[in-house]
Design a protein around this ligand. Sequence first.
Ligand SMILES: [Zn+2]
Length: 412
Amino acid sequence: MVHPALSGLPPTGRSPDVPAPPAPAANQEEVRRQNLGAVLRHVHVHGPTSRAELTARLGLNRSTIRALAADLAAAGLVTEKAPTTTRRAGRPSLVVSPRSTRVYARAMTIEPDRLRAARVGLGGRVLDLREVEHPRGSCPADAVRPLSWLIRDMERTAGPDAICVGAAVAVTDTTHGRDGRIRIAGPDDALRVAFDAEFPSGPPVVAGDMADIAALAEQVRGVAAGVDDLVYLHGGPGVSAGIIIGGRLVRGHGGHSGKVGHMVVNPHGHPCRCGSRGCWETEIGDAALLRHAGRDQESPDTVAEVLRAAADGEPAARAAVEQVADWLGFGVANLVNVVNPDTVVFGGSLREVYLAGAETVHRRLDELALPASREQVQLRPAALGGTAALVGAAELAFAHLLADPLGGAAPA
Ligand SMILES: [Zn+2]
């Protein structure tokens, strides 16, 4: 079972005038399973919620909510407690809360220079977080053993009744080859096999692209909460996008969609690591910012230094940010025309570039995007910052539990 947003595009291939086939009659058990999932998902996303509010929000009757909450509590997934304060007279409605410190997911990231692992509790709370350096020249599968050490180290200090219900890893599409050059990689079979070997008895590790997973995180808990059509742009050594349309993540035929960093925007521009020339990434990636600012060493610290210098008014750094913001607006206008998103979210180093050069990005957008699309679109800096990928990975990891809370080996 995968996250609903990862299960592919909405149903396609049927023209709108052909009636949909009748839905199969759902049996009682199926309805109960869906309702349990709806209650657990609500408290997972929105936090502690009274039974009365669940009744109103989910459109179910009071006795049904009472029974569902009792089942989830008996399974050890939620608690039900009287509210600490109540404004109404009479018996207060019990508050249903996720058991965040008991039920958790293993969330991991494989980034260009570091590996991170976290225990994220139901409800999206980061309970514990560790990180180590990821030496340049390593392939993603080399990350599996150090990540498993981090996970085991954290789990030694977890409470005796803590239970892991899922695991996921966000993999950047940018790694450094053994020659030190950056190259394009991502989740692959070798990675899955290595994780299976490292965690033979735990829940299987689901792998996803970093930008896709950060997009999910922003859509569930961040600046695009509840938005169905969004483009999340992640900037760093490489540039990629998580694109959600109709509430579903677009993955493409082979799972490689969203490589917007390789849209050719300047055919006479700089050579790109992909072998092409003038890709968007060569104009808005970290290397472009450093090139424009007259710095030559590419590292997250140097990028942060240029962004800081720009904020302090250093002319070269300021001009570099403006130049990158200009190209950023150019590409965003194209994406807005193609996708017609409700929101475009800027993450990674593009978050800071957008914040520093928002006026330039908007000017380009106004100049180049079609009015019908640009007038509706919101541009937003990512809200979740550095933990987005871990929070998003946890969402992937919780998907199975949220789809079927008491199914199979339900925690007790
Ligand atoms: Zn390229």
